[in-house]
Design a protein around this ligand. Structure first.
Ligand code: DX5
Ligand code: ZN
Length: 223
């Protein structure tokens, strides 16, 4: 019974984009001590998205303190250039954007050959059906519930239907792909997202801007 509970429980991946960059060690240690499952790391290049977050040196600094898997979300063009480098920086899951990959299958094979789990992120305007012929090869689909580039935006309601459609696509093919939701996740939408079929919730502002981030993580984990 306990085993069943463990395999079915959803995961929480706080996004360090909303952390205090002058206190990354402190915030990483807070996540280590919390019920968070993964560290969500947002890498932006100012080209694929209209913002620049941070790159390898900052990821390296976080990785020195993190005791949990690093879930790295690349919002960059031509991500193939850096797959080996992200593997060397201890990334456990590497997610590339569908919209940024001309040869998505090749990118996923390369991520896996470097020993990481392979994720694909979809922008809000991209239908889940585009993954029909590749879903078996994907470990994680990250459904963007805001337009990527910034933390603290409002959740796009259409996401619930996308989660359901993606869940059907995964089940129809007997795939084991996990569904992650990224953007505007709060206690107002988290339960409905899990009910729709989500497995992993990313939360940036809701966790780090709250008075007690550990308690907020506990709240999301207990749903
Ligand atoms: C947005 C990023 C998200 C972001 C989420 O481009 O991919 O991971 O940090 O932040 P919140 O939870 O504040 O929307
Ligand atoms: Zn993200």
């Amino acid at each position: 019974m306990l085993f069943l509970y463990l395999i079915m429980k959803h995961l929480i991946a706080p996004s360090l984009l909303a952390a205090d960059f002058a206190n990354l060690q402190r915030d990483s240690e807070m996540l280590n001590e919390s019920e968070a499952d993964w560290f969500h790391i947002d890498i932006m290049d100012g080209v694929f998205v209209p913002n620049i977050s941070f790159g390898m040196p900052v990821l390296k600094a976080i990785s020195k303190h993190a005791t949990k898997p690093l879930d790295v979300h690349l919002m960059i063009v031509d991500p193939d250039r850096y797959i080996e480098e992200f593997a060397a920086l201890n990334s456990a899951i590497l997610t590339v954007h569908f919209e940024a990959c001309t040869h998505l299958h090749r990118s996923l094979q390369k991520i896996k050959s470097c020993g990481m789990k392979a994720g694909v992120a979809l922008n809000p305007h991209t239908p889940v059906e585009v993954l029909k012929d590749i879903i078996q090869d994907i470990d994680l689909v990250c459904l963007m519930s805001v337009n990527p580039g910034f933390g603290g935006q409002s959740f796009i309601e259409r996401t619930y239907d996308k989660v359901k459609a993606l869940k059907d696509l995964i089940n129809d093919q007997g795939a084991h792909t996990k569904i992650e939701i990224d953007g505007g996740v709060t206690d107002k939408n988290a339960k409905a997202l899990l009910d729709a079929g989500a497995d992993v919730l990313v939360a940036g502002s809701f966790v780090f801007k709250s008075e007690n981030p550990k308690a907020t993580i506990h709240k999301l984990k207990s749903l």
